[in-house]
Write a protein that binds this ligand. Structure first.
Ligand code: NAP
Length: 300
């Protein structure tokens, strides 16, 4: 599978499609079953694994680590991404309210906790999960540069940041912000129009697209936009002899920002099937038919 090379850090690359483990705890896989999933992903060329400290009520990093412990040699074939900066109330912590924390102390402690839970010596990529209105860019930059200097993190980036928030953090940081991970799908096409993906291209950041199937709503959602998209996918499926999920993925892959979609299904059959999209170059008219279905209006 083709890889996406960073222009900001020539030695940093991601697989063309990534795998998200947000829902890993829900799948209730044994460590061996999770390992099998990881092995099959690597065989398919999906080597980038997306995690966050908070996933699965703070359990997913540990579940991933338990699987990897069964076959440590697999580590060298993966790029492991994690995120921090959100504090969620839960059984194992005592926050009185869900909130963001981009302080140096929290980000450093969170990265170290991710290493402990996953059993890794270094994260390939650490992202600040959400823009924090109380972000002190000088303090956060020093913490991120420090994590890289200490070898705990290979590269850094952000998630859900708007262009001006990226610019502020980057203006203080020595290391390049190599990734912005944002929500993009046929049903969430706003980043194609509001400057977010243009900005990534201008800055040469790799966009990672979360919820590329709108969390499944593209296929099973019941609101008006989802129903219009499902009808359009059905028409295109019949015309192009492709399945709905292949079309939805091909729609993202067509974008010139070379975004990396993060698939979130735990079913290897579905993942393998979706990857057929890699050999599809969606015709422009089909691309715009899906856009029209999602937005409920023609282009001007
Ligand atoms: P997604 O691929 O849009 O949605 C996955 C869901 O869609 C699963 O519940 C899956 O069900 C369902 N699905 C997939 N194919 C289907 C099909 N053909 N028919 C019916 N349902 C189908 O991705 P996501 O899980 O929402 O997000 C992907 C990753 O993005 C996460 O794991 C996480 O790593 C990342 N993420 C990041 C942020 C952020 O703020 N940075 C936020 C959200 C997510 P099955 O499992 O049953 O197949």
């Amino acid at each position: 599978m083709q890889r996406i090379q960073s222009h900001l850090d020539p030695e940093f690359s991601l697989s063309r499609i990534a795998m998200g483990l947000w829902r890993l705890a829900d799948w209730q896989y044994s460590p061996r079953e999770t390992l099998r999933l990881l092995e099959e992903l690597v065989e398919l060329g999906v080597s980038t694994i997306d995690l966050a400290d908070i996933y699965g009520d703070y359990r997913c990093e540990q579940l991933f680590g338990e699987a990897l412990k069964l076959k440590p040699a697999l580590r060298s074939q993966l790029e492991v991404v994690s995120k921090c900066g959100i504090k969620l109330m839960g059984a194992d912590n005592h926050f009185a309210i869900n909130h963001y924390d981009s302080s140096a102390a929290h980000v450093t402690a969170a990265a170290e906790s991710s290493l402990r839970k996953t059993g890794l010596e270094q994260l390939d990529l650490l992202l600040i999960h959400r823009p924090d209105p109380l972000m002190d860019a000088d303090e956060l930059s020093a913490a991120l540069d420090g994590l890289i200097a200490d070898g705990k993190v290979r590269a850094v980036g952000v998630s859900n940041f708007l262009p001006h928030q990226v610019e502020l953090l980057q203006s203080r940081l020595r290391a390049p912000l190599v990734v912005n991970q944002i929500e993009v799908s046929v049903l969430h096409s706003l980043p194609l129009f509001d400057g977010q993906l243009d900005f990534c291209q201008r800055q040469k950041m790799i966009p990672m697209a979360w919820s590329p199937f709108a969390g499944g709503a593209l296929f099973t959602g019941s609101d008006e936009a989802a129903l219009r998209v499902q009808a359009c996918l059905e028409e295109l499926s019949a015309e192009m002899q492709l399945e709905a999920q292949q079309l939805a993925l091909a729609w993202l892959l067509k974008h010139p920002s070379a975004m990396v979609p993060i698939l979130g299904s735990g079913r290897i059959g579905r993942l393998r099937n979706a990857l057929q999209a890699l050999s599809v170059d969606m015709p422009r008219e089909a691309w715009f038919r899906l856009l029209r279905a999602a937005r409920g209006r023609d282009v001007d």
